[in-house]
Write a protein that binds this ligand. Sequence first.
Ligand SMILES: *Cc1c(COP(=O)(O)O)cnc(C)c1O
Length: 737
Amino acid sequence: MTKNIAMTAALRLSEKLPLPLRRLADLAYNYWWSWTSDRIALFQTIDPQEWEHCGHNPVAILESATYERLTQLAEDPFYLKQISALAKEFDEYMTQKDTWVSRVAPQVSIAHPIAYFCAEFGIHESLPIYSGGLGILAGDHLKSSSDLGVPMVGVGLLYRQGYFRQRLNRSGWQEDYYVDNPFHRMPIELIKNEQGQPLTIEIQIRQRRVKVQIWQVQVGRVTLYLLDSDREDNDPIDRWLTAHLYGGNQETRIAQEVVLGIGGVRALTALGIQPSVYHLNEGHAAFCTLEISRQEIERTNKSFYDIEADVRQRCVFTTHTPVPAGHDVFSPDLIDSFFAHYWPQLRLSREQFLALGARRLGDPWEPFGMTVLALRMCRTSNGVSELHGRVSRQMWTVMYPNRSEDNVPIGYITNGVHAPTWTAPLIAELYSQYLGSDWKTRAVDPKMWEKVDDIPNQELWWRHQILKERLIAHTRHKVKKAREARGEEYERIQATDTLLDPQALTIGFARRFSPYKRGHLLLRDTERALRIFGNIDRPVQIIFAGKAHPADEEGKRIIQRLMEWCKHPALTNRVAFIEDYDIYTAQKLVQGVDVWLNNPRRPLEASGTSGQKVCFNGGINCSVLDGWWCEGYQADANGKGINGWAIGEDAHTSDQELQDRIDSESLYQLLEEEITPLYYNQDANGIPHGWIQMMKASIKTNAPLFNTDRMIADYVSQVYVPEISVTVPPILAKVLV
Ligand SMILES: *Cc1c(COP(=O)(O)O)cnc(C)c1O
């Protein structure tokens, strides 16, 4: 099979466009466009209403544009200039030879790429196959790998209906629904074989052989392969295997993980791709280690135990979950029904097979753990922040009876975010001006970020204020549509026109509503919260967004309480909830808020990344010292925050009630005594110089560390190719235990 399957879909689309617009098709079929600074108007200009309607999908907008509109654009020299400049930049990017990896690790070649496996990928809102942080991280991982020239392919599942969509009913209760993804109008392409038929692989699932087809998505220079079982020649039940992300029961879950792990490896083989490293991003993909073993046994005719070390040499693992209950485990019964045909192929007995997923060797009654399998079968394992690394070592000591906790072989690489994706173009332009036009390729350089001090305060402030207005406009729009859909009273719908105030101190809180994230901590003392948010002279307002997992009743109750709060007469214009959180709303939020609030129950936030996105836009974090913020937060000698605020103390108690009280008290106090006064200390022109100083500190201290270029450099030098010596800035060097 060919390795570089040309995007024939792009070619087909281009032929429908007037000649001067043809390059738009190449741009539409490569998500590279979504992280350029020129992204905002590029496709939206074609038809702003349809652009919103189709979920910002560039292929759909080009497919649906009228010939009249297309020729209109084709006669606009201004638009043509924009396209040809972008197409030129794109061609240079795609053919660039001198990349970071070509300099530090030329031995990693595209002939043997890194294969990055994940159950979800959050690349853009027009490809809704993600649920939250894990997926966004995976998307950012591919983007930065592309930027740095890391030869990589992604492997995931193409969910017919993605993650559930959220709508809140009149009593504030979350209702879940699903929408079909229109694969044939999306920037993805079904891979065909030489006969022009879809290339398929087969997997045995329960008693049936299931055919799986493969789609490809271009993410800059990285190709993402997505597996899809929705084929007419499959049993109707099997067609639903890849319908929903994190839906269904344990049986669906294990079946999906078989498709991802075993199917993923077979797909790469069918494509002729021979990875040098398999990166299992979270335990969902751990079955891939079994399939690599099976192929190796078939090839060498050796036993599992003879090839095990060799397989381990090629596999690396990142764990993301700091609670034991968060790790996938399957009962031996379930393993029997999915793997009874498979362990003979590994030349293993049932007991030997089950032992691979048992925490303690020789304890075959234990459930089969995906994290356990990954830890056992991978050469290195890491958590996603320093604290999470520590928590993981503690959690998994049980697997390493001969080692002390400190010597459990799990290190850490702290997560980051893809700066060009998350930085608002309006701020990116400022960075180009003051830090250098090449700032995006130097995101890891702390010296460069120091130059943020050169940006005049009023310049940073007006841009920030515009982005805040943009966020407020987006919020009003979404809330209005939701109220209309619920059939609320005319006055309530009209009231959205004055919802929130662009001059007011604006806080954002958006993430999955898992109970550990304590989405309603702020409401613990409602009187005190009312005094803060209902204050007339120094208004404070907050915007919430996020989904609760369909099975999570407690998370849904938290959302319901927030919705009630939105209706409080004293707060009607001060609190808003945006339904159906996605990457687009996330971008508006992290680019427009003054303060980003995060108050998880420590240490349950493995890393968190949304607060990092805020930093690139000059937003300021107010967060519990958990996950990445433990490493990011800086205080002066008096314990006052320099680059943001820390909720509660570094110490913590196992008494949840007490912890909630301590943390909420601390949060109120910060809002009353530090955050609000600093924001409202403004000069005659309304410019808060003290606040802006903190915005700049937030950028300068966090941006060079918590970006995915630093993260990928760490993965390359510590995990993917540890034998190279890399000259990444010393500040970035973190040693794996
Ligand atoms: C960044 C992001 C997340 C992750 O948020 P955390 O607060 O780090 O958990 C979740 N969902 C979306 C849409 C995001 O963009």
